[in-house]
Design a protein around this ligand. Structure first.
Ligand code: NDP
Length: 257
């Protein structure tokens, strides 16, 4: 599917992006700003967030904000404080892109270290759960709220050696579906995106031998991210959508890595 987004489709919206310093999150933040949004850049490496901040300012888009936060150690109180800060500084929150994630270690399930499993579940699942809990009351006040999760092909079809990561993405899709159902009578639409194989650091770690030049770049797949954050997707909720669908794949099922 091709997504054509109006140049100002995200005008007046305030959007929080996790993992905004690198890879897909970085491009999503810049493109949200390009479409008129005020973007809040959340991540753990401040230098990377500052580089994205500077790029958005240089391009003449709305001034963004930075929230340095390591999802590995963040507690419920960190997220509640974060929401208070956003409320005080911006007065509204219209969208959250849950993008930050880690791969962990690819290995047979019986060999996965408990600490690896805990780390992946902490960053990929629990952090999203706590952040989501904290923002729900606030984002419900938006006239057209959006929460987007990030899944993977291995988030709905298990694959050998993808252990903790695959399990975390199954949980992510479950969280998305539960929340979409609960918020079905509100202005908040909840969906997930499966980016498909995309040229980033995480992909290079998972597939070190492949030719990265054959892969789509974050910029190639971002139109779906803009569409799901904007007004055109107001009738879409509870879906996991492929950013790179196979010609035969259906609109509502993620089938790509
Ligand atoms: P990258 O590794 O390139 O970027 C991940 C981002 O998440 C980085 O900005 C990273 O910060 C941030 N992050 C990681 N851990 C934490 C943490 N503890 N606290 C705060 N921020 C953190 O990954 P991608 O861009 O490739 O992936 C983005 C999403 O897309 C992930 O959820 C991934 O699972 C998913 N995905 C990606 C695919 C691909 O082919 N690339 C395919 C399918 C799904 P820092 O830069 O500081 O490390």
């Amino acid at each position: 599917m091709e997504y054509h987004n109006a140049a100002d489709s995200l005008k007046n919206r305030v959007i929080l992006v996790t993992g905004a310093g690198d890879g897909i999150g970085r491009e999503a933040a810049i493109q949200y700003a390009a479409h008129g949004a005020t973007v809040i850049l959340l991540g753990r490496t401040v230098a990377k967030l500052e580089a994205v901040y500077d790029e958005i300012e240089t391009l003449g888009y709305k001034q963004p904000a930075i929230i340095p936060l390591d999802l590995m150690g963040a507690t419920k109180q960190h997220y509640l404080d974060m929401v208070d800060t956003i409320e005080q500084q911006f007065g509204r929150l219209d969208g959250v892109l849950h993008n930050a994630g880690i791969l962990g270690v690819l290995s047979p399930l019986e060999q996965i270290e408990e600490s690896t499993f805990d780390d992946v579940m902490q960053v990929n699942v629990k952090a999203q759960f706590l952040l989501t809990q904290a923002v729900i009351p606030f984002i419900k006040k938006s006239p057209d709220g959006r929460i987007i999760f990030t899944s993977s092909t291995v988030g709905h079809s298990g694959r050998a050696f993808w252990g903790s990561y695959a399990i975390s993405k199954f949980a992510t899709e479950g969280m998305m579906q539960v929340l979409a159902d609960e918020l079905s009578n509100t202005n908040v639409k909840v969906n997930a995106i499966n980016p498909g194989g995309t040229r980033t650091g995480m992909r290079a770690k998972a597939f070190p031998a492949e030719d990265a030049k054959q892969l789509k770049t974050p910029k190639d797949i971002i139109p779906l991210y803009v569409y799901l954050m904007g007004p055109e997707s107001r009738h879409v909720s509870g879906k996991c959508i492929d950013a790179q669908p196979k010609p035969t794949s259906s609109y509502s099922h993620c089938e790509e890595e």
